[in-house]
Design a protein around this ligand. Sequence first.
Ligand code: GRF
Length: 204
Amino acid sequence: MNDIVPPFVNLAVFASGNGSNAVALIRAAQSGILAAKIVVLICDRPAAPVIEKAAALAVPVHVLPREEYADKAAHEQAILNILRQHKTDFIALAGYMRLLGTVLLRAFPQKIVNIHPSLLPKYKGLNAIEQAVSQGDPELGVTIHYVDAGMDSGEIIAQQKVYIADLSQPLTAIEAQIHRIEHELYIQTLQKIFSTFSHSSSQL
Ligand code: GRF
């Protein structure tokens, strides 16, 4: 066996909304650009467009609205059970609109990453692109970071600046440029992380 070839990673994607990043990751995995199998998509919002998009790409989708569980721990335990059924190694948050709690963070230490549309620590939280534009800041960007219990606060893995000279263009046009960079950076960064994993299952 060739020891240099990295193992395939069973990747779960969490999303709450439109799902452009989730779809980019699914397509990258299905076309072999990303050495991973998207084993499940977890969604907390029953009306989220990502649900149909992922299902159309033959990814198993589980929708778990938080309000159907007694508390955050019960919600995360239900998610964890599904992740285990799908033998999940690693989690990529892709527009998942909820802070993670101890159940998931303890089950996947340093194995959960998030993407955020700003140069963190600038513009944490919701509507990061809008926050930057409304402050007249042309230096936008994308950050990939490990997830901790805070809001967009974990260790930064990769960042890419996106300079927007014309801030008067429609917000949707600016968002489209940022999303394009997001998709590329997310795939590249995950690929780098996965290539450092060895065949030893203890590292997955
Ligand atoms: C992205 O901008 C991502 O960085 C942020 O939420 C947005 C999700 O967009 N965390 P999409 O649903 O992937 O299109």
